[in-house]
Design a protein around this ligand. Sequence first.
Ligand SMILES: C[S@@+](CC[C@H](N)C(=O)[O-])C[C@H]1O[C@@H](n2cnc3c(N)ncnc32)[C@H](O)[C@@H]1O
Length: 298
Amino acid sequence: MWIDILKSISDRTRLRILNLLFLKELNVNEIIEVLANTQSNISKHLKILKSIGLIRERKEGTWRFYSISSSIDSKVKDFLKEVFEEKDFKEDIAKLKIISEKRNFITKKFFSSNESCALGKFYSLENLLISFSFLIPSGYKILDAGCGEGKLLKLLVKNRHISLYGIDLYRDFVDISIFSEDELKFIKFYKEDITKTHFDDNFFDIVFMNMVLHHIEEPKLAIKEVARLIKKGGKVLIIDFYKHSDEFMREKYGDFWLGFDLDYIKSILPYSLLISDYYLLENKEGLPYNFIIHIEKK
Ligand SMILES: C[S@@+](CC[C@H](N)C(=O)[O-])C[C@H]1O[C@@H](n2cnc3c(N)ncnc32)[C@H](O)[C@@H]1O
């Protein structure tokens, strides 16, 4: 091993490459730039260093990155560091600094441009929600009351450590086609009225009701049932329209209620449910505001 290493560092270019890679993982072009050498020369030297296990290569797309091999013996590392100190490759290190600054500049330019404001175009909000589902503690039982097509359950089911339940009275009902066969093993669906369900008392850890309450003739009965279903310390999240005056929504969407204000919600809460948080949120253009209420069972 030592003979190969000594042979390899007898060449000044290879020694300079090693010195750079000890400081930072670099791609071929960056090494060429610092050493002001040709591509074929640098590639030849990298091949030699790789063949004796001093460096390793990482491919990313069409680019190749090089770094010091993690399996190098600590004695070899110490020896090489001493050689680098003796040779004092100050100029190379200064150029390397410029390269790092260049890299950071490109990143900084991106994040301070409008392009970065559109970051959402590189991922979906659904994926962001899915990632939050993994914060739900294992073993939790979760009810989506008035689940409609089942879109929320479709996101939550990526977390296979929770038990999911969906109930809906009218729709026939969930859009089964959005679920894979495997996902359907982790969700139980029932065609039921949220004001009178078959579940045992204190069954759920969390109940969601997204845009359901304004469709229910007597919201108080639904809330009373939720209070029965939720465990002590369990959470209820209600998202709905804030009180509005768009009468057409009754006919167009079959809404019983033109939203609710906080006083009304408070007036229908049984003694066992306490509001922990309340937020009013803007909605999509042209739609009434939404509110989110976070309720806890004491
Ligand atoms: C606007 S949709 C919302 C669906 C779903 N929560 C979502 O976020 O996509 C309202 C749903 O509530 C259901 N629903 C209305 N009254 C109900 C009741 N008493 N019990 C259970 N579900 C009900 C409707 O069938 C409908 O699917």
